[in-house]
Design a protein around this ligand. Structure first.
Ligand code: SAM
Length: 235
């Protein structure tokens, strides 16, 4: 028994630290390297290209962190999608001026929202989006909260895309080896916790709030990733 049969959601240290804490700053830097190693940027870009058949005008990223993950995606997409209003939402966003300038150079207009994802997405009058994306975010929530979040997202957008930790033995093994790339104590704690809280099979789809009118796609992408896409096919 690997202990991975069921999800186990535990608090992650990064979520408890203040954004300016040097340990948090170092762990966000580690996250950038891990996103690159896990090929998450390419995986999300592929999901976006496949599921957004028309150029999107408005995109929301939830749990956007320092915004650099979406910036890497934007660099690959901006040629075909030059006119995008992007909202980066995080409880503790830490988007640096140079990241905002880089988005600006691509022609993407960015709004940063500091809010809890539930408060903001469930507020009456929350704006609508062509797509909502999440990277390493949905796994923070236990099933009832995640079902509630998916319901709120489905009301905001016809396309929801996510790249999350794959809950499987190899990702767990790799997450325990992060000392080898110099990851700090926060990342070395949070990475295995994220894998244990991650997804396999059709875990996310099982919580999807609608039985009809949506096409769901979920499964393993690469070695470390669970990809999820929900697309509305009827009104
Ligand atoms: C593991 S980090 C991922 C950041 C970014 N997506 C990336 O790949 O670099 C998770 C992010 O979710 C944010 N977060 C956690 N719970 C949240 C909540 N309830 N509402 C909004 N943001 C939240 C944290 O502040 C953190 O920036």
């Amino acid at each position: 028994m690997s202990g991975l049969q069921r999800r186990r959601v535990e608090p992650e240290i990064l979520d408890e630290l203040s954004p300016a804490d040097p340990r948090a700053v170092a762990s966000r830097r580690d996250l950038g390297r891990l996103n690159a190693l896990m090929l998450h940027r390419g995986i999300l870009v592929n999901l976006m290209r496949r599921h957004l058949t028309l150029p999107p005008r408005r995109i929301l990223e939830i749990g956007a962190g320092d915004g650099r993950f979406m910036l890497a995606a934007a660099r690959r997409l901006a040629k075909q999608w030059p006119d995008v209003d992007l909202v980066l939402l995080d409880r503790q966003p830490l988007v640096r001026p140079e990241t905002l300038q880089a988005f600006q150079r691509l022609g993407w207009r960015v709004q940063i929202v500091t809010a809890d994802v539930f408060d903001w997405t469930e507020a009456a009058g929350a704006p609508r989006f062509d797509a909502v994306t999440a990277n390493l975010f949905l796994h923070h929530f236990r099933e009832p909260a995640l079902a509630r979040l998916l319901r709120a997202l489905a009301a905001l957008s016809p396309t929801i895309l996510a790249t999350e930790p794959l809950r499987a033995p190899f990702p767990l093994f790799a997450s325990r080896m992060l000392w080898a790339i110099g990851a700090n104590d926060v990342t070395r704690n949070d990475a295995p916790a994220s894998v244990r809280a991650g997804f396999s099979g059709r875990d996310i789809s099982a919580l999807w709030p609608h039985e009809e009118g949506w096409r769901l796609e979920e499964g393993r992408r690469g070695l470390f990733t669970q990809g999820f896409a929900a697309r509305r096919i009827a009104r």
